[in-house]
Design a protein around this ligand. Structure first.
Ligand code: HEM
Length: 166
């Protein structure tokens, strides 16, 4: 296959979408790599977050590589990240205050490393993911009640439509 304008200089399962997002956001693999490395340098040196990461990650190189793939998938839709972030965070000893602090460091780093549109792009996605990871942590910490008996006509009814959405 020959290289053309639709072939982004980053591995992607959806090269045309990735190429468009790169133009729109000004992000590329080099910027995402710098973002990830600078961000985790700050995280590792941080008094609050550093110990949480240190208790789970001893070999940082594979983690950083995975995080570059993650941000390629999230920001540029490369489809290169395959993992289960929710499961990895659900049992961490963290609260929303930790996520807020994580976001402060992430916003700061994105502002330093990315062009403004790209920074806004990754920050919006980080904020959304942080909220869902925090919900997973809260849910895992909650003592699980008996599942509702949905076959009973007097029992609790599912919220929203048949697909469970409100
Ligand atoms: C309180 C804030 C956070 C803490 C303390 C935290 C901590 C961690 C730790 C310790 C791991 C490694 C888990 C393991 O390999 O056992 C990890 C992995 C990961 N984190 Fe976080 N994290 C935080 C927030 C976030 C946020 C906001 C995102 C996304 C925007 C994120 C995305 C990921 C991803 C993608 C992985 C890799 C999961 C995999 O192995 O595939 N984390 N995190």
């Amino acid at each position: 296959m020959t290289e053309n304008a639709q072939t982004p200089p980053i591995r992607s399962a959806r090269p045309e979408i990735t190429a468009t997002l790169m133009v729109e956001t000004g992000l590329d693999e080099a910027i995402l790599t710098t973002l990830v490395h600078r961000f985790y340098d700050k995280v590792r040196a941080d008094q609050v977050l550093g110990p949480v990461f240190a208790s789970r990650i001893t070999d940082w190189d594979p983690h950083l590589e995975r995080m570059v793939e993650f941000w390629g998938s999230v920001a540029l839709m490369t489809g290169c990240y395959h993992g289960s972030p929710v499961a990895k965070h659900a049992d961490l000893p963290v609260t929303w205050a930790h996520f807020e602090h994580w976001l402060v460091l992430f916003r700061e780093t994105a502002g330093q490393v990315c062009p403004p549109v790209g920074a806004a792009h990754v920050i919006a996605r980080a904020e959304r993911i942080a909220r869902s990871l925090n919900l997973a942590v809260e849910d895992a910490a909650r003592p699980h009640a008996q599942p509702p008996n949905l076959s009973s006509s007097t029992g609790p009814q599912p919220v929203g439509g048949a697909d469970g959405r409100a």
